[in-house]
Design a binder for this molecule. Sequence first.
Ligand code: ARG
Length: 570
Amino acid sequence: MNLYKYVSEKLNAALGFEAKLETPRNREFGDFATNAAMVMAKTAGKNPRELAMEILPKIQGLDFVASASIAGPGFINITLKDEFLWSAGKTAVEITPAEQSMIIDMDYGAYNVAKSLHIGHLRTSIVGDTLYRLGRALGHKMISYNHMGDWGRSMGMVIAWIEKIHPDWPFFQPDFDPVADYSKYAMPIEELDTYYPSAAALAKTDPEFLERAQVITADLQRGHAGYNALYNVFLPISLDSMAKTIKKLNILPFDNDLGERNAAKYIEPVEKILRDKNLLEKSEGAEVVVVKRQDDNKPMPPVMFYNSRGAVPYDATDIMALYYRKITDNPDLVIYLTDSRQSLHFEQLFRVVELMNMFNPNALEHIGYGTINGTDGKPFKTRDGNAAGLNDMIALVQNAVRERVAESDKKLDDETIDNIALAALKFNDLMHDLRADYVFEPSQITSFEGRTGPYILYTAVRLNSVLKRAGEFTAPENPKLGSDERNLLMELLDFDRTVSAAFENRATDMIANYAYDLCQLTNTFYHNCPILHESVDADTRNMRLTLVRMTVAVLSRTLDLMGLNIPSEM
Ligand code: ARG
C-alpha cells in the first residue's frame, strides 16, 4: 500500500482542494504535515492560522487520524492511528499497478559479439535489469532488447584477423563449400577475446589491414558465404560466454537478443520511407540524413545511413531497430541505457525517426550513465592499465569478500561468498545517482557495515534467523506500538511509493537507498526491542515477530527488485 498517496487522497477529498502532504524528517510532532492552510489563505481571504482552525476538524474527523494540531504560522501536523498503520502493514509489500499500463521497450546490455564484456557494460546491465523489474512490478509490459553489436565493423576486424593468422582456412578460399560442417574451427573464448583488440591495434598502424577489414565488413553484410560461415562459428561461442556472465550477474534473461544484424534486415522499408520523405542526401559518396535545426546552439552532425562503401553503420542500424520495434511491439515508450558519451547519437536518432513520423520524441528516452572511476578519480583500470573486464571485476569483489571472511571467524561456502560479492557490486552500482560518476573500491563496497550490499544482506539474514528461531506465532490484532516499532512500520508503508517513484524518475538509487534506510530502522528496532528474550511478554513478542515478518517480506521484495539473493547464513 502507498500510505502517502492514501493519506493524500483522503485529505484532499475531505478538504475539497489539493493539499500538499509533507513527510517531516522528525516524526515527533506527526507522521505527516501540510501547509494547505497557508497556501489557501490568500484565495480564502483569511489569515493562515484562522483557516487552519477551520479545516482542522475536517482532518481530525478522518477515520485514520489519531490527532492533528496547528503549529507555527499555520502548519497542520497529522498523526495516524496505530491501529490503522498496523492493519495497513499487512499489505505493505503490495505494489499498486501504474495508472496507465504501457508497452515499454528497454534497450540495455547491448553486448558486442567477439568482444568480452567489460566495465562499460556493468551499469547498463545492472541498472537496466532493475528498471525492467520495477516496470514489470508496476504492471507495464516490459520488453528487453540486448541490442547486440553483431554486424558492424568489429565483425570485419575479427574476420580479417582470423584471415591473417589462418590464411589457409577454407573460409577464405575461392572454392569454399558452404554446406560443409565447420564446427571444428571453433576456438576457445579466451582466444576469441584476443582477436578484436589485436586487430584494432594493428588497424591503427596498418592502413592496408584496416582497408581489408572494411572490405570484409561490407562483404559479410552482403552475404559472402565464407565470412558468414566463419561468423557462425564464433557467434555461438560469444553468445555462450555472454549467457554465463548474465547468469553470474543474476540479471533476468533478455527477451530479445536482436541487435544490429536483425536491424539490417529492415534496410529496404526504412530506406523507402527516407526516400519518400526526401530525407536522404548525398555527401562525399555516403548518404546521410540532415538533422540540424535552426535553433541548434551546438554541433549536430548528419546521421550516416550508407557509408561510402555501401555498408550500414551503427547510426543506421538504430533507425532500423526502431522500425522493427514499431512494427512488432509498437511500444508506448522506448528507453535506452548507455554510457553518457552516446547522448549525441541518440539525440540524432530521435530526430531522424521524428522526421520519418515513426515516433514522437516524447516516446523515446535515452539515459546516459556516468563513469566508474578508481580511487584516483580516473576511469577504473586493472593493474596492467587495461579497462577491466566484467569477469575480472566480479573476481576482484569476490576476493575482497573472501579476505574479509577469512579475517573474521566466519566460515561461508562459495555460493554464499558469490552472493555477498554480487550484492556488494550491484548495490554499489544502484545506490549512486545513475547520471553521475562513482568510485569502485572492492574493499570498501564489501564492508559488512555502512551503506553496502553486504550490510543489507546481513540484515535480511538476521531477520530470517529470528523468524526461524521463533517458530509459529499469531499476529496480534491491535497491539500497542513503541516509537522504534512505529518508525519501522512507517518505513514499510513507504515501499509502494518508493517503487513507483524509482521507476517514474528512472532513479534506481531510490530503491537501493530505501533498502538501506529500511535496514537502518530495522537494526535500531532490533537493538532496542528484544524479541525472543524470556523477559518479553507474549503479546509484545508476537507484535515484534509480526513486524519482523512484514519487514522480511518488504526487504526480500526490495532485494529481488535489485536481483540479489539472500544467503541462508552469513
Ligand atoms: N553495442 C554498443 C556498445 O557496446 C552499445 C549499443 C547501445 N544500444 C543501441 N541501441 N545503440 O557500445
